[in-house]
Design a protein around this ligand. Structure first.
Ligand SMILES: [Zn+2]
Length: 212
């Protein structure tokens, strides 16, 4: 995984503010998951840390939404979560990759909010990898994704960020971007190839201990 930014921005907080609430994650079948999410207006992106102006109501709401998404991702062992998954149909997601029970081999990356994210370029090379989704419990499947991507997004303070991601983090970005377009990972997997969480964990264990 590589992560570089060309524009300076205030560093984002590592930890979730204690006031952030977790929110219920809506489940497959809820029509919000099938909607194309709205772009977030620049009026919501007053760079509070760069100006002395008081927060507007919408800016406060956006910051709260971001903190709630981070808190929800951490509480549910998600490595990413998109705003539509908590019924907010906005173009915003969090990447919060770190090893946990659901993804034992995930790389560690500071929770990062990505607003109005865009896929700028993608490698022709794709790779298959396991995915799951907080909105599709007890289902896992292997999805082919571009191995390397170049992206742009606005960070939580409204600063334009350009980044490159590879491998698992590129996979998370593509999975979450799908959510903003009403697409779920199961749409990319033949139904007969979906497996349960228990079966997925057993396969992972066999892959990392092939002699067992
Ligand atoms: Zn998902």
């Amino acid at each position: 995984m590589s992560h570089s930014s060309s524009s300076a921005s205030p560093s984002e907080p590592w930890s979730v503010p204690p006031v952030a609430q977790t929110r219920p994650v809506i489940q497959q079948g809820n029509p919000v998951l099938r909607q194309t999410a709205r772009s977030i207006s620049s009026q919501c992106l007053t760079a509070e840390s760069l100006t002395a102006e008081p927060l507007t109501g919408s800016t406060t709401a956006l910051q709260t939404l971001i903190d709630e998404l981070i808190a929800t991702a951490i509480a549910t062992n998600g490595v990413g979560i998109a705003a539509p998954q908590i019924a907010a149909s906005e173009r915003l997601f969090i990447i919060a990759s770190r090893p946990n029970e659901r993804y034992p081999n995930a790389p560690k990356m500071e929770p990062t909010a990505m607003i109005n994210p865009v896929l700028i370029d993608r490698s022709d090379q794709e790779e298959l990898g396991w995915e799951g989704c907080l909105s599709v419990p007890d289902r896992r499947g292997q999805v082919s994704r571009a191995k390397d991507i170049r992206v742009e997004y606005l960070d939580r303070w409204g600063a334009l960020q350009r980044s490159q991601f590879s491998g698992f983090v590129a996979r998370i970005f593509q999975h979450e971007l799908d959510h903003l377009n009403g697409i779920l990972f199961v749409d990319h997997v033949a139904p007969a190839d979906l497996v349960s969480e228990v079966e997925y964990l057993q396969r992972l264990s066999r892959e990392s201990h092939p002699s067992n």
